[in-house]
Design a protein around this ligand. Structure first.
Ligand SMILES: NC(=O)c1ccc[n+]([C@@H]2O[C@H](COP(=O)([O-])OP(=O)(O)OC[C@H]3O[C@@H](n4cnc5c(N)ncnc54)[C@H](O)[C@@H]3O)[C@@H](O)[C@H]2O)c1
Length: 339
C-alpha cells in the first residue's frame, strides 16, 4: 500500500503530537497553520513536506497526493474544515469538541452521512486502557447496579501550555470555542459512552476564578436518568494540584478511576479493602492508539469507534447545560432525534 500522506490542520500542541505519532507510524506529513512559527516548530520535529496557511491552499496545491486529514485547530473552525475535507473525499480525524454549537455539529453530521469518506472523532480518553477496563468492569456488573457517578476534572489553565501565556491560548476565547464546558466535554462523552444519554440536565456554567479569560472556568452538572442513575460532573480550570477522577457507586460497591495515580480501584465493603490495578501507560499511548485506528478507518479496514453521532450527543448535553445555567432550571432531554 502507498504511504499515507496526512494533512495536519492546526500545528499546535495536539496537532504536532498527531504529526509525530503519524510520522512514527510511517505517514508522510503536511501541515496547515496560519502561524509560521507553529509550522516551523512542526518541521523541526518531523519532516513536513508541505506547509500551508489555509486548508484551501493545501488542497489547491496538493489535493491529489493527500490521503487523509487531521483537524486539530480551535473548535470554531472544525466544522468548516471538516466539510472541506469531506468534500475533497478525504477521511478525517476530528479533534473534540466537534464544534462550539449543536447546530453546526448537526450540519456536519448530515453532510458526513452522504460523504464518501469516514470521520473518526477524537474523544481520546476512550482509548485509555484503564477507562476501557472500567467499561468492562461495569458491563460485568462488578459493583451491581450503578446509582451515582462523580466525575471531577480540575486543572489550572496556566499549567496546560507552559510555553505560552494562557491568555493567548484559544481556551481563553469564547469566539474560538474555549472554556471548561467545551474543552472538558471528554467527561460528558465518557458519561454517555458508559450510560447513554440522560433525560435531564441541571447545570451551572460560570466564570468564578481570577483567570484572565472570557470563557467559563467552572462547570457543575447533574445528569438524570429515568432509571434513577445520577451523574455529577465538576469541571474547572483553576484547580491545583490537578485532579482527574471518576467514582462509580453501585449497590454492591465502588469503582474509583484516577489519572494520577494511574489506577483503577474496586471495593465492595465499608472498610474496603481496595483491590488496586496500577497501570504503566503514558498519555501519548492513547493518541498512538487513535492514530492507529484512524489509519485503519481511512484505509476502509474498520469502522470508526467514536463518531459524529457521539459528538452530537455530547453537544446536546452541553447545550442543555448552557440553557439550564442561563435560565436556572432543569432541562428535559427528549429521545435523540436523527440529524
Ligand atoms: N483529544 C485530546 O485529548 C486533546 C488534547 C488537546 C487538545 N485537543 C483539541 O485539539 C484542538 C486544538 O487544541 P491545542 O491544545 O492543540 O491548541 P493549540 O492552540 O496548541 O493549537 C491550535 C493551533 O491551531 C492553529 N489555528 C488557528 N486557527 C487555525 C485555522 N483556521 N486553521 C488551521 N490552524 C489554525 C493555531 O495557530 C494553533 O497553532 C482543540 O479542539 C482541543 O480541544 C484535544
Amino acid at each position: 500500500m502507498a504511504t499515507p500522506h496526512v494533512l495536519i490542520v492546526g500545528a499546535g500542541s495536539v496537532g504536532r503530537r498527531h504529526a509525530r505519532n503519524l510520522a512514527a507510524l510511517g505517514c508522510t506529513i503536511s501541515a496547515v497553520d496560519p502561524r509560521a512559527d507553529r509550522l516551523r516548530e512542526a518541521s523541526s520535529e518531523v519532516a513536513v513536506v508541505g506547509c500551508y496557511e489555509t486548508v484551501e491552499e493545501a488542497f489547491h496545491v496538493d489535493r491529489r497526493s493527500l490521503t487523509a486529514v487531521v483537524i486539530a485547530s480551535p473548535p470554531r473552525v472544525h466544522v468548516d474544515q471538516a466539510l472541506l475535507a469531506l468534500k475533497a473525499g478525504l477521511p478525517v480525524l476530528l479533534e473534540k469538541p466537534v464544534s462550539p454549537d449543536l447546530e453546526s455539529c448537526r450540519k456536519l453530521e448530515r453532510a458526513a452521512r452522504t460523504a464518501s469518506a469516514p470521520v473518526l472523532l477524537g474523544y481520546t480518553w476512550r482509548w485509555w486502557p484503564p477507562i476501557a477496563d472500567v467499561k468492562r468492569l461495569l458491563a460485568a456488573k462488578t459493583i451491581g447496579t450503578v446509582r451515582h457517578v462523580r466525575f471531577v476534572m480540575s486543572a489550572h489553565l496556566a499549567d496546560w501550555h507552559p510555553w505560552e501565556r494562557y491568555q493567548d491560548f484559544f481556551m481563553a476565547s469564547r469566539e474560538q470555542g474555549g472554556g471548561a464546558l467545551l474543552d472538558e466535554s471528554h467527561w460528558v462523552d465518557l458519561a454517555l459512552m458508559f450510560f447513554g444519554s440522560p433525560t435531564s440536565v441541571t447545570a451551572r456554567v460560570e466564570k468564578i476564578s481570577d483567570l484572565e479569560i472570557e470563557t467559563d472556568d467552572n462547570v457543575d452538572m447533574l445528569l438524570g436518568y429515568d432509571n434513577g442513575l445520577r451523574i455529577s460532573l465538576h469541571l474547572d480550570l483553576y484547580g491545583r494540584p490537578h485532579d482527574k477522577t471518576i467514582r462509580f457507586s453501585g449497590d454492591q460497591g465502588t469503582i474509583l478511576w484516577t489519572a494520577d495515580p494511574n489506577r483503577v480501584s474496586v471495593a465492595h465493603d465499608a472498610a474496603g479493602p481496595w483491590q488496586e490495578t496500577n497501570y504503566t501507560c503514558g498519555r501519548n499511548d492513547m493518541f498512538i492508539a487513535v492514530a492507529q485506528e484512524f489509519l485503519r478507518v481511512a484505509a476502509g479496514k474498520r469502522k470508526a469507534s467514536c463518531t459524529l453521532a457521539d459528538g452530537t450527543a455530547v453537544l446536546r448535553v452541553l447545550e442543555a447545560a448552557r440553557t439550564s445555567s442561563a435560565e436556572g432550571r432543569t432541562v428535559r432531554l427528549t429521545k435523540a432525534r436523527a440529524g
